[in-house]
Design a protein around this ligand. Structure first.
Ligand code: MTE
Ligand code: HPA
Ligand code: MOS
Length: 759
């Protein structure tokens, strides 16, 4: 089935925030944000700005009627700076004017005197100074201290992974409208409508039932709108609260890049020990997460790093510690993979280093240590593994031996071009790591004309969740998809939603929809039993086998003259409910954060990617020739969408690992603040070939229709590109000592190609 949004997308008819028709009298907001990363606000002069044409009002922290507090996990973040600023881009004042242009012009006239305070941008320095967001956490399995004795080979090292700009095509924004009795409706480009609602209520001192948040779709979120859409919804709501006028704020790209947080950069240390057989016996890792100036989602992201610190491998002795370090960067936030990729990079670097020193292919170590069903993760969950299945299928299907030989042949035949190849297995846990968040609701209405309307907590952001939910209803009811409409995500229709995140939206909301549809179907079946079966078979006490198939009622395998519409109408006439609100929560998941043990994930997604690259050894530029994947889809319910998610994830992962370079200077100012200085993969730099084969299994899992979550896992295949590039550089300059420092930009490739070892 096609993505239901493709028609309106292609015709430019899909409704994003900027497509919502404006109500007469709408005002426009713009934020004055901190020009310095850390300081005390001495004075703020808004006089000149106030006198600018079109300016209606300028709000500061003192205008906040409730709590000036937007922290989702920890209350440590102000909406508007009170006395201090903690990062460049921190909102200080909100200008509201009759046009967007006027608001932006007035922002430029605001003058702030800020007494500078010391700035930290480095997470290790923050840790040294005790600047931690939460106490460190440690995951442990076995006993590494004694295990080192059993190791024949031990290697240590450090790694860096940089941040990543979300670059959703639709920037952050919101539109707030005053309603009766002080209520406010907020159209928000958010992954978390409830987060916007809850926080708006807190900041405006209203109750949650007075805030309606409505989201039709996002032009991409990628985690960047899980928590950080809230700020912009609240800015608009604050102005609406005071002015009783509709207020809109859609950020310019440069504002968005400057003021919002990104993927967390990490600095990490590893120590890995192998036996003579290349079995990994022990692994230790320490992660320094650059959280930025406030907690935001950092504690949860840090936790997911620990959950993924051994990637797709079984290691009997593990000790992994993570520090969430407070720096003066914009608070970093969720980004596809949610800390998992940062953890997985480190174990891959450790394996690469071991292989390099042992002069073997990394895949020898990777293959020998893949998780098997029954193996235990460091956090206590027992693996239901597809790691070997994916790996073996990839090796065979793509003939890795031949690929390696081709690379070797190419490299001996070419001086100025070199190729590299790398394998990247993945293992990604599906469920919010916070067990409580794994719940969803679906509201299904069947109308008397036979059409169906569905509301859930899921937000469509390009990932196709609406199509999947629609498929669920179409399948359960056995009716045409044309009869079904998925409605906007709205906090007055569906309450207390978890954000659309953790790749779990289709599972959670799809299962809730399945339950709701089944309940309605059950009632329709009893109507059918009473009405059409009895009328067809009067006198029989036993109900003959009947079913609803493609909108028709069948009795004893024979089509009757009762169809879906007739049945629906009959139910209505009999005063039977044609609506259902269902609740779903996945069974069996739990986690004890005191012991750091439990069963946090409903299941894991596995896969293996083979990435090959060619570098130009004169210029340092490169191409990704191919990414060949075997991916564990379970049993895909929509291959077009799922393959699209794989392709998008792979390209985004490659971007993170190779070219996207976030640069903050020592003053905490973002230097890569526009698309001229921040490069993302374009049509020329995407892999020339992406081949995705599926591992289809009959095994049971907790995914919707056994179709495993696919949103985030493929991003981590991109890590393979980093290691393929290193291997290519090594083919040219075997002496190069390349730090494990991603992204591997063309500049870094060039420098490593001509690096001479230190004397
Ligand atoms: N795909 C598109 N096109 N746009 C997005 O913003 N976000 C990703 C992924 N795929 C995203 C996307 C992220 S970070 C997540 S968590 C999942 O989609 C969320 O949606 P799901 O739970 O329905 O998979
Ligand atoms: N994944 C993604 N988003 C989240 C999570 C998670 O585990 N927890 C809270 N937000
Ligand atoms: Mo995705 S990072 O869980 O929004």
């Amino acid at each position: 089935m096609k993505n239901i949004d493709s028609y309106t997308h292609v015709r430019g008819e899909s409704v994003y925030l900027d497509d919502i028709p404006l109500v007469n009298g709408t005002l426009f907001a713009s934020v004055f944000d901190s020009p310095v990363a850390h300081g005390k606000i001495i004075s703020l002069n808004t006089d000149e700005a106030m006198s600018m044409p079109g300016v209606v009002r300028i709000f500061t922290a003192t205008d906040i009627p409730g709590e000036n507090q937007i922290g989702g996990i920890i209350p440590d973040e102000e909406l508007l700076a009170g006395t201090h600023v903690h990062f460049c881009g921190m909102p200080i004042a909100l200008v509201v004017a009759t046009s967007d242009k006027e608001a932006k012009a007035a922002v430029k006239k605001i003058k702030a005197v800020i007494e500078p305070l010391p700035i930290i941008t480095d997470p290790r320095e923050a840790k040294e100074k005790g600047e931690l967001i939460i106490p460190p956490r440690t995951f442990q399995l076995g006993d590494t201290t004694t295990a080192w004795n059993q190791c024949k080979h031990i290697f240590e090292g450090s790694t860096e992974t940089n941040g990543q700009e979300h670059l959703y095509i639709e920037t952050q924004g919101a539109y707030a409208l005053p309603q009766e009795n002080g209520a406010i409706r907020i159209y928000s480009s958010t992954q978390g409508p409830t987060a916007v609602q809850r926080t708006a209520a807190r900041v405006l001192s209203l109750s949650m039932n007075q805030i309606e948040v409505d989201t039709t779709r996002l032009g991409g979120g990628f985690g960047g709108k899980e928590d950080q859409a809230t700020t912009w919804g609240l800015m608009c709501a604050l102005a609406t609260y005071h002015l009783k006028k509709p207020v809109k704020y859609a950020l310019h790209r440069i504002e968005d890049m400057r003021m919002t947080g990104k993927r967390h950069p990490y600095s990490s240390d590893f120590k890995i020990g192998l036996d003579t057989d290349y079995k990994i016996i022990a692994y230790e890792a320490t992660f320094y997460q650059n959280a930025g100036a406030a907690a935001d989602l950092s504690p949860a992201v840090m936790e997911r790093t620990l959950f993924h610190c051994t990637n797709s491998y079984f290691i009997p002795n593990v000790k992994a510690t993570a520090y969430s370090c407070r720096t003066h960067l914009p608070p970093n936030t969720a980004f596809r993979g949610f800390g998992g990729p940062q953890g997985m990079f480190v174990i891959e670097a450790a394996i690469a280093k071991a292989a390099e020193q042992l002069q073997i292919y990394p895949l020898v170590i990777q293959q020998k240590n893949l998780l098997k069903t029954g193996d235990v993760f460091p956090y206590g969950q027992i693996a239901q593994s597809e790691a070997n299945e994916c790996w073996d299928k990839a090796i065979k299907l793509y003939d890795v031996k031949k690929l390696q030989q081709e690379v070797a042949d190419f490299n001996s035949a070419n001086k100025l071009y070199k190729r590299g190849i790398a394998l990247m297995p993945i293992c990604f846990g599906i469920s919010f790591t916070k067990t409580m968040m794994n719940q969803a609701r679906s509201l299904v209405h069947v109308y008397t004309d036979g059409s169906v309307g569905i509301s859930t907590g899921a937000v469509e952001m390009g990932q196709g969740v609406n199509t999947k939910i629609l498929q669920v209803a179409a399948k359960i009811f056995s009716i045409s998809p044309d009869k079904i409409k998925i409605n906007s995500t709205n906090t007055w229709r569906i309450a207390n939603t978890s954000p659309t995140a953790a790749s779990a939206a289709a599972d959670l909301n799809g299962k809730a929809t399945e339950i709701a549809c089944l309940k309605i179907l059950e009632r329709l079946k009893s109507v059918a039993a009473e009405e059409c079966i009895l009328s067809a078979d009067i006198g029989k006490t036993e109900i003959p086998p009947f079913e609803l198939k493609e909108e028709w009622v069948y009795i004893n395998g024979e089509k009757t003259d009762w169809n879906w519409n007739k049945l629906v109408m009959a139910a209505y006439i009999k005063r039977i409910s044609l609506s259902e609100l269902a609740h779903y929560t996945p069974p069996g998941i739990h986690y004890d954060a005191n012991k750091e043990k439990g069963h946090p994930f409903a299941y894991h997604v596995y896969g293996t990617a083979i990435t090959s690259v060619t570098i130009d050894c004169l210029r340092g530029i490169y191409e990704v020739d191919a990414v060949k994947v075997v991916h564990d889809f379970g049993s895909s319910m929509n291959t077009m969408i799922d393959i699209g998610q794989c392709e998008g994830g792979i390209v985004q992962g490659i971007g993170w690992m190779t070219m996207e370079e976030i640069v903050y200077d020592k003053e905490g100012k973002l230097r890569s603040n526009a698309l001229s200085t921040y490069k993302v993969p374009d049509i020329y730099s995407v892999p020339k070939e992406i081949t995705i084969n599926s591992l289809e299994t009959e095994k049971d899992n907790l995914a919707i229709f056994r179709s495993k979550a696919v949103g985030e896992p493929p991003l981590m295949y991109g890590i393979g590109a980093y290691f393929a590039l290193r291997n290519a550089v090594k083919a040219f300059n075997p002496a190069a000592v390349i730090p494990y420092d991603a992204p591997m930009t063309p500049e870094k490739v060039l420098m490593s190609l001509y690096q001479t070892p230190n004397p």
